[in-house]
Design a protein around this ligand. Sequence first.
Ligand code: FAD
Length: 290
Amino acid sequence: MKQVHYEELVDLSRLCTIKVGGKAKKVYFPENIEQVKQLITQSVEENKRFVPLGVGSNTVFADGVLDHIFVSTKKLKKLQIIKKDRYFFITAEAGVSFKTIVSVVKKYNLEGFEYLSGIPASIGGAVVMNAGAFGSQISDILEEVVWIDMEGNVHRLPASTIDFGYRTSPFQKGGFVYSAVLKLKQSERNISSVIKKHLEERNRKQPLDLPTSGSTFKNPPEKPAGYLLERAGMKGFRIGGMAFSEKHANFLVNLGGGRFKDLKELIETAERRVGELYQIKLEREIRIVE
Ligand SMILES: Cc1cc2nc3c(=O)[nH]c(=O)nc-3n(C[C@H](O)[C@H](O)[C@H](O)COP(=O)(O)OP(=O)(O)OC[C@H]3O[C@@H](n4cnc5c(N)ncnc54)[C@H](O)[C@@H]3O)c2cc1C
């Protein structure tokens, strides 16, 4: 079988939006489903952790050289659009970015995706995280997901059979989301202007001028994580080059030269302080790869 293309000693800080981490011994770039299956088999045989990579907007990497099977979705970008009456079915491979989906949504004036428009995600990462905003999440507009389990079996799953929750999906347990079908309706409203409004709101609330990994913690049922962190004195709290943002207490930002160890210490300090103050155990939203 053809060897899947890979690069060696890849700088992990280039593979996550907060720009931390050491090096990946190898990063693989599969181009089709067979190559992904091949890499799954390799990770099982070599007893190495299988780590799919999207945009890296919810992921942070440890320092040092990490010897996992890192699987980039950069070369999985096929997109197919089928129109049936007023509905558009968009089939996107894992590496298709939300930016690309937004351009399709604008072109055909489709509704249902506007709330997600500013999230810096890939389709694969968004399905795994069940990414969402303004009360909507990607699971609301999903029709189907193609997922490969760690035995290499390919499952074509209707979205209604998948147990999605708040920033959770069964895919967080492992395997690879290969593609997804979104179902969107042609709108009567001007969707481009709705998207513009959402983007402005994000700009106002989020520290988009600095490298960040988005929300660090999920919102507990009691109160938003940002509120709890602010009360616990974490807003603007800095260790080394890393801090909880002055603009949004739940966003970690890299102020320049921020290291993984600073980030980890900040997370642990926040968890301890909120635990002591409110007896609430914060649940991490960001994914740490060590
Ligand atoms: C500025 C900013 C704003 C954000 N705003 C929001 C928001 O409003 N709402 C929200 O929900 N999130 C938000 N996020 C977080 C993040 O964008 C989302 O979680 C997004 O879905 C992550 O997508 P990704 O492609 O970057 O995933 P990654 O960070 O690359 O990966 C996330 C996890 O999924 C796994 N994964 C990636 N691709 C696959 C695949 N194909 N198969 C299996 N596993 C895979 C990874 O191994 C990792 O565990 C924000 C982040 C930033 C930086």
